[in-house]
Structure formats: C-alpha cells, structure tokens
Write a protein that binds this ligand. Structure first.
Ligand SMILES: [Zn+2]
Length: 315
C-alpha cells in the first residue's frame, strides 16, 4: 500500500489547502470533482487510487477543478478503519470533540463545492460484487454513473437519518447540491482492483470533461453499464433504547426477513418486518449503539433499469 508520509513529502503541500488534500485547476472553468480515498483508514484501494490519480490529473486536467483527498490520514497511517469514531459518520451538523471531526470539518468545504464527489471504499472481507451508494440521482451529471462500470446501486430514503442530518460523505455532497457517490469497489485482496477502480474514476473524469475526450490510454478494466440493478433502501433501524438482534444472530448482507418476522428486540419488545425485506449493513450485537443505524432495510427484489431511464425512474 501507499506510504502516506512519502506521499505527503513528494506531493507538495499547497498553500491554503489542508494536508492530504490536493487541488488541481484546469485552464478553463468547468465542473469541480472530488475524489476521496482512505476515509476508512484500512481500506487501501482508495488510498492507492489517490496516489496514482495525482500524477494523471496534474498532467491531464483541461477544465474545471479536481480535489484529491485522503479522508482520514491518521487512521490510514495506523492501518485502522478509524481512531476514535468512523469518519464517514461525522458529516452532519452534530459535532463531536475528536480529531476525526476536525478533519471532516476541514474537508467539508471541498465536498460542498463539488459537482461530483466519488468516495472510494473497499472491503477487507471477500464480498461477491462491488456496488455504488447513490442517495440521489437528481443531478445533471447523473450519466457519469454508468461510466463507473458498476451495475449494482443502493439508493432510497432508508439511507437517510430520521432527522435528515447528512452524516455520510455522499449525503453531505447531495445536501450541498452535488452528485455524491460512494464506490464500494470490492475485496481489496483482488489483484486488479486498484487498476479497475482507477479506470472507473478516470472514465468519470473524462465523462464530465475534466480530461480531453479519448486523451487517456484505452480503458479495458471497467465496462460501461447498460442495465443497472437498483436496490431500494426503504427504511432503516435506528435504536432508541437497547436494541439487539435475536440471540446469537449474525445477519449477513442481503439476508431475507419475511413479513412479520422478528428482526430484533428493542427494550425486549420484538421489532418485526413490515414486509418481505432484505437487510443491509447489519451490525453485530456488540457494535449496536443507541441512536446509530443498526441496519438498512431493502426491498425484497431489485429493479433492473436501463441506463437511459435512470434519472427518471428512481427518486
Ligand atoms: Zn469504507
């Protein structure tokens, strides 16, 4: 993996820009794109992509502006997901007094000014398939999504907090008028995942005009998506008191709960599924915190949508 200290020495610290943020300007006005890796410090793919991207953007940028960011450098140096608190839960209005919050606060202006924000993540456990989290498709750059080469998308109201506070980087970008996309690239032990993810990002930058069309070497990693598999997150469980999943139950992503089935217990009272659903991002019982999301509830089946119907058919 990229050695962050060396990266910061090689890449000049720019005046007026925080450490581990690099800003590049094209010769003419254009869109602002932010690419962030390492918001979870142990997710190495995004960090490696950031390092490779710096050289390409510096050389090839034609119009607009690109911000390239290591989200949580302290955690990345420690090789941990986070130090005190998950930096991808700190983008809302409720500030906590920890260094990770200070880091997010200095990054907020860069995401807030972005037309497109790509937040790069990867998994440390093998997973079947990469996916995108796209809280809202309502943006003029929505066509960029198909260039990322990932067909599976999670969207919907269930991604939001009950009070609408945008705690995640993608929701924060959306709240500020940009297209916010989280790329869950896949298992980081996969050999070509860095190249593949790099290719997705380069395609997106080309699509929005940052690079001259066809100025890059031929892409061969990511395919342009023709049909998307859209999973609607219709709700989520935010425990108010004492929530636990059933004894010993370790839910996995996309596990099915039937209508009326007990998902968990809140203060001893069963919480049942209101319809046939699937669970996403279920926590383990020992990680559940009151007021923080315990899991997301997905519709039972995905919708398959042609790329051209994407902005129209999904709210
Ligand atoms: Zn992550």
């Amino acid at each position: 993996m990229t050695n962050l200290k060396i990266l910061n020495e090689v890449e000049e610290v720019q005046e007026g820009v925080p450490q581990y943020v690099w800003q590049f300007h094209g010769e003419e006005p254009g869109p602002t794109v932010t690419v962030m890796g390492g918001l979870h410090g142990n997710e190495t793919v995004g960090i490696d992509v950031v390092e490779k991207l710096l050289a390409v953007v510096r050389e090839k940028i034609k119009i607009g502006m690109v911000n390239i960011i290591i989200g949580n450098p302290a955690a990345a140096e420690a090789g941990k997901r986070f130090i005190d608190k998950d930096a991808n839960r700190l983008w809302g209005g409720k500030l906590v007094n920890i260094p990770e919050q200070d880091r997010v606060e200095e990054l907020k202006p860069f995401l807030a000014q972005s037309d497109l924000m790509l937040d790069l993540h990867s998994t440390i456990k093998p997973v079947s398939e990469p996916f995108l989290v796209v809280p809202s498709f309502d943006h003029e750059l929505v066509d960029t999504i198909q260039t990322l080469g990932i067909r599976k998308i999670i969207t919907g109201e269930g991604l939001k907090l009950p009070d609408n506070d945008p705690i995640e980087s993608d929701l924060f970008t959306v709240a500020n008028g940009g297209l916010g996309v989280t790329i869950e690239a896949g298992w980081q032990e996969d050999n070509n995942l860095v190249d593949k993810t790099m290719d997705s990002v380069l395609r997106a930058l080309e699509e929005v005009g940052i690079f001259e069309k066809d100025s890059l070497a031929k892409h061969n990693q990511a395919e342009v998506v023709e049909t998307f598999e859209i999973w609607n997150a219709y709700s989520a469980i935010f425990p108010r008191v004492n929530f636990q999943f059933p004894d010993g139950k370790e839910w996995q992503n996309y596990d099915v709960v039937k209508k009326g089935e007990i998902i968990g217990y809140e203060n001893g009272e069963p919480v049942v599924a209101e319809k046939d659903s699937r669970l996403l991002f279920p926590k383990s019982n020992n990680q559940i915190v009151t007021g923080e999301r315990a899991c997301i509830l997905l519709d039972m089946k995905p919708q398959y949508l042609d790329k051209d119907s994407l902005p129209l058919s999904v709210k």
